[in-house]
Design a protein around this ligand. Structure first.
Ligand SMILES: *Cc1c(COP(=O)(O)O)cnc(C)c1O
Length: 417
């Protein structure tokens, strides 16, 4: 960063601060990950200079020979990885991918059926504070109170009663396997489009650790930066019959020029996900989450649904004199970064909440395995038991620092002092 250091001291210092923060804490936000140096390098390339509106071979600008090459690589790697007919790699984010997915099939005012936000759904699945809740008529499904799992019979009943034009599946805070086949059957029965938002679990599906929605959905959207371990961005896949509609919605309907440097980086990440080691990474993510769940439950802390099948757990604080917000802050002081999260049956506000979402994708990338996860799970349980014991929290902070030093983030980011 020698140019940044010389030209913009303040931005440079903020970047150094962030590097140090990432290096010295345990990143357990379920939606975050660390990309490889190659993925990150591609983001800083001269492709950021290039306008490439249109698609490979059909651009509105000259000079797109090499932009075409990287976008074609990204598209073919995405379709190969997920077994999809068609991919569009231009969405700037997961939210943009969903917006394009909606407008490819729906008109404003049409009804969608998505997962309740407080049960694990995403803002873009019909929340009133999001475009999806403003432009569409929203019906919602959720999880059973008794076991925290999606009740597919209830989903079917809701679908038959509300007759949505689209059923949106996928979640941001659901720790269990999702039965995309069951959703696909319900969508067919009521004549709805099935759009699956794979954002959180795309990497697990790619690695073979969660059933794929591709055979059961008309369109699959995802982010590329969560378990898939690529740059921040979105991706849409669909059956060939919908390819033109999807492509036209991404550009020119909702976006302008694509971020070619990000597309280059997506190509690198998708290439990495096609390597055999990526399946092993996913296996370790899921194993680590299960060990974390067991460790925390053994200490008497309840989890929504009583465990996990995927990369995250949802701690249920409803019966405790501790909010998600205070728990998040206590863990942060110990160097463990998580996020507060609503839980099914939530009574507190979304800024306070009664839950914590904790994920293993990032610390697994860092190399941590079940023995370390058991230690970390013990620290988390200690803090949830005594969130105001600052001396204990300081002690854990020290041990977190030692563990981080034992698992350096990247050699190139190794502590210089
Ligand atoms: C993260 C997430 C998104 C949004 O992705 P952004 O890139 O932040 O816009 C959409 N859907 C689900 C299910 C998510 O978890």
């Amino acid at each position: 960063m020698q140019h940044l250091e010389r030209k913009d001291e303040r931005v440079y210092r903020a970047v150094l601060g962030e590097e140090s923060r990432q290096r010295n804490q345990l990143e357990m936000i379920a939606s975050e990950n660390f990309v490889s140096p190659a993925v990150r390098e591609a983001l800083g390339t001269v492709f950021t200079h290039k306008y490439a509106e249109g698609l490979p071979g059909r651009r509105y600008y000259g000079g797109c020979e090499f932009a075409d090459q990287v976008e074609e690589l990204a598209r073919t790697r995405a379709t190969e990885l997920f077994g999809a007919d068609h991919a569009n790699v231009q969405p700037h984010s997961g939210a943009q991918a969903n917006m394009a997915g909606y407008f490819a099939f729906l008109e404003p005012g049409d009804r969608i059926l998505g997962m309740n936000l407080s049960h694990g759904g995403h803002l873009t699945h019909g929340s009133p504070v999001n475009f999806s809740g403003r432009f569409f008529d929203v019906a919602a499904y959720g999880v059973r109170e008794s076991d925290g799992r999606i009740d597919y019979d209830a989903v079917r009943e809701t679908a038959l009663r509300t007759r949505p034009k689209m059923i949106v599946t996928g979640a941001s805070a659901y720790p269990r396997t999702i039965d995309f086949e069951a959703f696909g059957a319900i969508a067919r029965e009521v004549g709805a489009v099935h759009m699956c938002d794979l954002a959180h679990i795309a990497g697990l599906v790619a690695g073979g650790h969660h059933p794929s929605p591709v055979p059961h959905a008309d369109v699959v959207t995802t982010t590329t930066h969560k378990t898939l371990r690529g740059p921040r961005g979105g991706l849409i896949m669909c059956r060939e019959e919908h390819a033109k509609a999807i492509d036209r919605m991404v550009f020119p309907f909702i976006q302008g020029g694509p971020l070619v440097h990000v597309i280059a980086s997506k190509a690198v990440a998708l290439g990495e996900a096609l390597l055999p080691g990526f399946g092993e990474y996913g296996r370790r993510v899921v194993e680590n989450a299960r060990v974390l769940a067991d460790t925390i439950m053994e200490r008497g802390v309840p989890l929504v649904s009583g465990g996990t099948d995927n990369h995250l757990i949802l701690v249920d604080l409803r019966d405790r004199d501790l909010t998600g917000k205070d728990a998040e802050q206590a863990l942060e002081r110990a160097g463990i970064t998580v996020n507060k999260n609503t839980v099914p049956g939530e009574t507190r506000s979304p800024f306070v909440t009664s839950g914590l979402r904790i994920g293993t994708p990032a610390i697994t990338t860092r190399g941590m395995a079940p023995p370390e996860i058991r230690t970390v799970g013990g620290w988390i349980a200690d803090i949830l038991e005594r969130p105001r014991d600052e001396a204990a929290i300081r002690g854990i902070r020290r041990k977190v620092g030692e563990m981080c030093a034992a698992y350096p983030l990247y050699d190139e980011l190794a502590p210089s002092t």
